[in-house]
Design a protein around this ligand. Structure first.
Ligand code: BMA
Length: 882
């Protein structure tokens, strides 16, 4: 292999050759690209008849239709062999599936034209996990990593009729258990199985390169699935081939983008060829093509082409500029007239992770194209236990909803899988920055094992190469919580006590894998992006979860049971995780529990509450009681859990934003759900918004007011994520719940761009001026350029202690085109107003509202039902309702 640098007279020759180039591009036959045949048809599966599980599960040993890409659980479900893994409480009875060995097979024919091609490769984009692959009886591969992309040369092994592809998937637990059990001292795993399929003291999950959450997590069930979970295809071609066109970004600023196009080529023979490169700008306008003669060698090589774009259209995160995307195209024409081509869509931007040392410690801030950005967003977890069944539409809806809530960053958390190309295409288009973890979810990995590390490095290379074209990715992070688990959760101490030499080996392996190996892969393959060894951390600093340096996971509230107000005492440099649980809406609960099964402590509800460490519903009750009193029934428990979550996360997020520039990010845990159940998410499994998501849209608004009350003193900070100063006016009104205004104040300010403008601070006594604190609120409002943009209401006691009475809401319905419009008018203060519809699906333009006395709002309602049904099904909840 040799990096060919034969691009001569690059800029000068472009004009001269442009006509010839246009002809070459226009006449390229489709045969220029490898022929791709997806092998998704005609699959069957069975439990291996000699598997120990076969004795009790004989029906599963019959060949039956299967889906590829797919998973054994979804195939069993489709065949009616198991109940729905999400409905009721079937988890314990389904653990046998993860202990079985499963066989998949399919047959396919090929045309003579395909068979005549000189090259053929069988490509598996995802095999979960220990998979033996056979083609026409011949063993081709023993795979051991669900995250790798496998390419198998098969020319000469194919025939016209009846090719047979067979995949045997071994149980990952049974495969690894002997090895783990033989270890005198174990390394930390994650969640032990409550079902006896794996011994609690010998967890195998961290030894497998398989999605960690399949082994159970604190928001999802345990389904140790297996399958051919991503595309399978046969690629065949003649002549040269472009494996990848990658645009390395060397310099990107307002004047110029200097790029290096890296064209990965495979050629059959040495010889001269013509390489052309052109691109379409974000409006689809084609740039003048560049053309050069290159000398190819037989085999694989990289052709490097310098590219310069004057005044580039740059890609920006949502809220800071356009999401400009270019499409680059490369074509190769060899001396025999054989062609190859490739194209790549990407965005041009400069990403920096700024880590200034200062008096308080060391900062942590992302800058894109030189603009320091306060990161607002959430952590994304897997979209399903069985990701092959996640439709693109669900990804689109979730990411659009993230943006609708004014988020600009998502963290793809490390215990799942590397998301599909569709996810990142959407993130690119929507302007959502992605903090991308490598898939290591917690506990400790056997980084001391060279074979494990080699596998991890190969995986990292596959994934970074697959994803490096996406401008949305702004960081690669080694793992989730492995360093803090080692240093702060007792793993190091315990291992040091039992076997200090092994403890040192484990730590050295960790540093080698996350400190060096993965960092090197990122530097080599995506050199323009920062690498971060663990979240939380300060890139292998002494302390892993330090409030004064690096990024922080803060769980003293919730996991540590501290009061919600403690959020105000924690001011990190970048909050990458903090969270409060809530149940999804009743409509979602109805999907897995019948009315009779619904109760705070019924078996089915308990089965969908996975926070076992602290008994999730007890923890919810702890917070609900502290702020809102005892829930009267299950429905009110669900409602109050959402109010508590929304108000708590709002307090924390506004505090983080008001702490800019000391704090430069606030990503709450968690955006979405893996199944319908209790969790920290703001969007449930069906995409329904919890109260938190409505609140997030307000507390992440680019221009917002933060009124934060601590120790009897309320501080008003005005937040602006705009890059230009903005004239604004704030008002403060102190009112009682029945409409009387005690007093008011106001101020005019110019909001400093990308900063916090302090507007004032008042003690309770100054605000109340003797009014009854049980029936008084301070209302802070912000207007920018004459428009109301933000409102915060401060109370002087817990909701439970306030004199909230029936607000006397009046409702009115009308049609406006396709949508229904609901007008709500309130006489008295209506706090935490939640609008839902019994037994109906309806999307509301807003919800989780606080209406001030006398206020009217109009909400648009999208639903299939007519007005009469909507009116009848309408149910309003508010705080203080009897
Ligand atoms: C953090 C995450 C997850 C977990 C969440 C809620 O530790 O990294 O592992 O699901 O907290 O407990």
């Amino acid at each position: 292999m040799r990096p060919a640098k034969l691009w001569r007279g690059w800029r000068g020759c472009a004009a001269v050759v442009s006509i010839a180039v246009a002809v070459l591009f226009a006449t390229a036959a489709p045969a220029a690209q490898p022929q791709v045949r997806y092998l998704h048809q005609g699959w069957e599966f069975r439990l291996l008849p000699d598997d120990p599980q076969a004795r009790e599960h004989a029906p599963a040993t019959q060949w039956r239709a299967a889906r590829v890409p797919g998973h054994v659980h979804t195939d069993l479900l489709a065949q009616g062999l198991i109940p729905d893994p999400y409905v009721g409480a079937p988890e314990a009875q389904l653990q046998w599936i993860g202990l079985g060995a499963w066989e998949y097979r399919s047959r396919f024919d090929l045309s003579e034209a395909t068979l005549r091609k000189s090259h053929a490769e069988l490509v598996f984009e995802g095999l979960d996990t220990y998979a033996d692959v056979y083609l026409n009886g011949e063993a081709l591969l023993s795979a051991d990593n669900a995250f790798r992309n496998w390419r198998l040369p098969v020319a000469g092994k194919l025939r016209a009729r009846g090719n047979e592809l067979r995949v045997v998937l071994h149980s990952p637990i049974r495969r690894l258990l002997p090895r783990v059990e033989a270890m005198p001292h174990k390394i930390a795993g994650n969640y032990p199985s409550p079902y006896g399929d794996e011994p609690k003291e010998a967890m195998t999950g961290n030894f497998a390169r398989k999605p960690g959450y399949h082994y159970g997590w604190d928001w999802g069930p345990r389904y140790v699935t297996a399958g051919v979970w991503r595309d399978v295809k046969l690629e065949s071609w003649d002549g040269p081939r472009i494996d990848e066109l990658h645009l390395r970004q060397l310099r990107v600023d307002a004047d110029v983008a200097e790029l290096r196009a890296q064209v990965q080529v495979r050629a059959d023979a040495a010889g001269s060829a013509t390489l052309e490169l052109d691109w379409l700008d974000p409006d689809g306008r084609r740039a003048r093509a560049l053309r050069q003669t290159v000398q190819l060698q037989a085999g694989a090589q990289t052709l490097n082409v310098p590219v310069r774009i004057e005044r580039p259209r740059r890609w920006y995160p949502f809220g800071y500029g356009e999401q400009a995307l270019y499409t680059f195209r490369a074509r190769l024409l060899d001396a025999d007239g054989q062609r190859a081509q490739a194209q790549q869509r990407t965005g041009l931007r400069r990403v920096e992770l700024r880590r200034p040392r200062d008096a308080e410690g060391q900062g942590f801030a992302f800058a894109v194209n030189g603009i320091e950005i306060f990161a607002k967003g959430a952590n994304a977890i897997p979209f399903d236990m069985f990701p092959a069944r996640v439709p693109r539409e669900r990804l689109r809806k979730t990411l659009e909803d993230a943006r609708a809530a004014n988020m600009n960053m998502l963290r793809n958390w490390g215990g799942g899988y590397y998301e599909s190309d569709a996810f990142f295409d959407l993130a690119d288009e929507l302007g959502l920055m992605v903090w991308q973890d490598f898939m290591y979810g917690g506990g400790m990995q056997p980084g001391f094992d060279p074979a494990f590390r080699a596998n991890a490095v190969a995986e990292a290379r596959d994934q970074v190469r697959r994803l490096r074209r996406h401008p949305s990715i702004v960081l690669w992070c080694g793992n989730n919580e492995e360093e803090t688990a080692w240093k702060d959760w007792g793993h190091r101490r315990k291992l040091m006590e039992s076997d200090p030499a092994f403890a040192q080996t484990v730590w050295d392996g960790y540093v080698q894998l996350f400190g060096r190996d993965l960092r090197e892969v990122v530097a080599q393959e995506a050199g323009d992006l920062p690498y971060w060894s663990s979240s939380p951390g300060n890139d292998l600093d002494e302390k892993a979860n330090d409030s004064s340096k690096g990024d922080k996971h803060y769980w003293d509230v919730w996991a540590g049971s501290k009061p919600i107000a403690a959020y105000l005492d924690e001011t990190p440099r970048f909050m990458s995780e903090f969270g409060l649980q809530a149940w999804p809406s009743l409509r979602t609960v109805d999907a897995f529990a019948s009315a009779a099964e619904q109760g705070i402590d019924t078996p089915v509800i308990r089965a969908h509450q996975k926070f076992l460490a602290g008994a999730g519903n007890e923890r919810l009750l702890h917070y609900i009681r502290a702020g809102y009193g005892e829930p009267r029934d299950f429905a009110q428990f669900v409602y109050l859990s959402q109010v508590m979550q929304a108000e708590g996360i709002e307090l924390a997020a506004l505090h983080h934003r008001a702490s800019r520039p000391h704090t430069m990010g606030s990503l709450y845990w968690q955006l979405n759900d893996v199944w319908p159940g209790a969790s920290w998410s703001s969007l449930d499994y069906y995409g329904r918004w919890k109260a938190l998501h409505f609140h997030a849209r307000r507390f992440f608004a680019p221009v917002a007011a933060a009124a934060l009350r601590k120790d009897g003193r309320t501080t008003l900070s005005l937040l602006s994520d705009r890059t230009q100063a903005l004239p604004a006016r704030w008002t403060l009104r102190v009112i009682d719940f029945d409409a009387r205004e005690h007093w008011r104040a106001q101020g005019e300010v110019a909001l400093t761009p990308l900063a916090v403008t302090a507007a004032g601070a008042w003690s309770d006594a100054e605000l109340l001026r003797g009014a009854d604190q049980r029936r008084t609120a301070a209302v802070f409002e912000l207007q920018a350029q004459g428009e109301p943009v933000s409102r915060r209401v401060i109370y002087f006691d817990e909701a439970e202690a306030l004199a909230l009475s029936d607000p006397q809401l009046r409702t009115q319905w009308r049609r406006d085109g396709k949508a229904a419009v609901l007008t709500l008018q309130t006489e008295r203060l209506a706090r935490g107003l939640w609008i839902e519809f019994d037994g109906l699906d309806a999307e509301l333009s807003d919800n989780a509202l606080t209406l001030l006395p006398g206020e009217t709002v109009q909400l648009r309602v999208r639903a299939d039902a007519d007005l009469a049904r909507l009116r009848q099904a309408l149910r309003l909840r508010w705080l203080g309702a009897p």
